[in-house]
Design a protein around this ligand. Structure first.
Ligand code: FAD
Length: 458
């Protein structure tokens, strides 16, 4: 049988290659470093962690824990290496990055079924099974070929993420429901609007202007330092709010905070400015702050966004971010098995497939690797159960709204809601609800492993 090709020896690519070899199939893994560098990687090691050394929470019954627990059950190479490289890090799975990369590199190099080639992949053969896992800093030549396959307008180079808050934490005595000029999609009022008076707005702008920015990891992302020199490479359509504030004190009020077409029912007047919150999912248990992509440190975002009237006690599920990130508009292109709809032999995994984060990248690498083997063996490729964190990530990647797609980390928000009766039983106990979601996920994963005859299933 012909080998399966994996492009990119990062987190997703190494996990994919190892899963392929583990299933008894041959694999060719192409990694361009050290022949060609990226702006973030510092070594020629496989699976290099480019920034933080944390694989997030190990606290039981949290969403990041669940994702890792599922990967451990599926015998993930990278989770095993993380355990070997673990260093004290409180509730997080924190690793010594050198030992981590060393362990993964060793396992890949020693595996007789994996041929590691140090070369840049520049084009995708449409007649062989290929997994594209070249990450957020995919080289230009390959990006061009991906654009050829997917349509250039479905390939993005920057991530611009708005913060998300829990619905329960929004003060509905202050925030009011309305759509601009009463225009809404389905006749209901689509947005929650947080109204500002002039004084509140001025204080908010001052806070944004004084906020501490996230230190940049690669020169292209150094927004704050580049802005005054005119070297910042922003897309004008999704500028960070600090950049808007820097352009003039009124700019936000004429941009994402414009109050036109809105009347505050408490005063009967148009507010001086508003922040609009848009429902994030069908359950309506989370809302995003529309147009509030930013580059501020996370604690600064908590402090400053709690100055927004109605969000004084907001709980954040996700913070705003902007950074270099090559990714495809996956809901328009991929199936939940991570195959390109137009070319089922081509899989995407890792950041480029539209997920965000180290463990999410590993998880999609594992899915693509396993599914590529099933395809090569002529078996039907099956999606992971929707109730699992892995299945939910794949469902998000392939099924979110393609018009407004933003890569996501794993959160409980992506997992399906519990049945009505269970939800009602635990409605005042969030911890118990989360524990139940995790229990259900792991049970479904066991059923899945038993049904696919997974050798790691005991
Ligand atoms: C600067 C930066 C900082 C980040 N910090 C964090 C963080 O702290 N925590 C977190 O959870 N996530 C972080 N991320 C996001 C993401 O989790 C990581 O980028 C993660 O490494 C993604 O895994 P991956 O396998 O998709 O890509 P990578 O791990 O980057 O692997 C892709 C590999 O493909 C290679 N490659 C690229 N093009 C080609 C080609 N044409 N041919 C062959 N090889 C190629 C690259 O050299 C690289 O080794 C960060 C991203 C960036 C860009």
């Amino acid at each position: 049988m012909s080998p399966i090709h994996v492009f990119g020896g990062g987190l997703a690519g190494c996990e994919a290659a190892w899963q392929i070899a583990r299933a008894g199939h041959d694999c060719v893994l192409s990694e361009m470093r050290p022949v060609r560098a990226t702006p973030a990687h510092k070594t020629d090691r496989l699976a290099e962690l480019v920034c933080s050394n944390s694989l997030k929470s190990e606290s039981e019954n949290t969403a990041p824990w669940l994702l890792k627990e599922e990967l451990r059950k599926l015998d993930s190479l990278l989770l095993r290496a993380a355990q070997q490289a673990r260093v004290p890090g409180g509730h997080a799975l924190t690793v010594d990055r050198e030992i981590f990369a060393q362990e993964v590199s060793r396992a890949i190099k020693e595996n007789p079924r994996i041929e590691l080639r140090r070369e840049e992949a520049t084009s995708i053969a449409e007649d062989s099974i290929t997994i594209i896992a070249t990450g957020p800093l995919t080289s230009g030549a390959l990006a061009e070929d991906i654009g050829r396959l997917t349509g250039a307008e479905r390939l993005f180079f920057y991530d611009s993420i708005s913060p998300i808050v829990e619905a329960d934490s929004i003060d509905l005595c202050v925030a009011f429901r309305a759509s601009r000029y009463g225009k809404s999609i389905d006749g209901s009022d689509d947005y929650l609007n947080c109204p500002f008076d002039r004084e509140q707005y001025e204080r908010f702008v001052d806070a944004i202007l004084a906020a501490e920015a996230v230190p940049a990891h690669i020169p292209e992302d150094n927004f704050a330092a580049n802005a005054p020199t005119g070297n910042a490479r922003f897309f004008e359509a999704c500028l960070p709010i600090e950049e808007l504030a820097r352009r003039g004190r009124e700019t936000l009020r004429f941009g994402p905070m414009k109050p036109m077409g809105l009347t505050d029912p408490r005063t009967g007047r148009r507010p001086f400015a508003v922040v609009q919150l848009r429902q994030e999912n069908l359950r309506a248990d989370s809302y995003n702050l529309v147009g509030f992509q930013n580059h501020m440190r996370f604690p600064e975002q908590t402090r400053i966004f709690r100055m927004i009237p109605g969000l004084e006690r907001a709980e954040f599920l996700r913070f705003g971010q902007i950074h270099r990130n090559t990714y495809i508009n996956s809901p328009a292109l991929l199936t939940s098995t991570l195959q390109l709809r137009s070319h089922p032999g081509i899989f995407f995994a890792g950041q480029i497939s539209g997920v965000e984060g180290y463990v999410e990248s590993i998880a999609t690498g594992l899915v693509a690797g396993r599914n590529a083997v099933e395809l090569a063996a002529g078996l039907g490729v099956r999606a992971f159960p929707r109730e699992t964190a892995i299945g939910s990530l794949c469902a998000y990647v392939s099924g979110a709204d393609a018009r407004n797609y933003q890569p996501a980390n794993i959160t409980f928000d992506l997992l399906p809601a519990l049945e009505e009766a269970t939800r009602l039983r635990y409605r005042h106990d969030k911890k118990a609800r989360h524990a139940e979601v995790c229990r259900r996920a792991l049970e479904k994963l066991d059923e899945y492993r038993a049904s696919v005859n997974d050798p790691s299933y005991a």
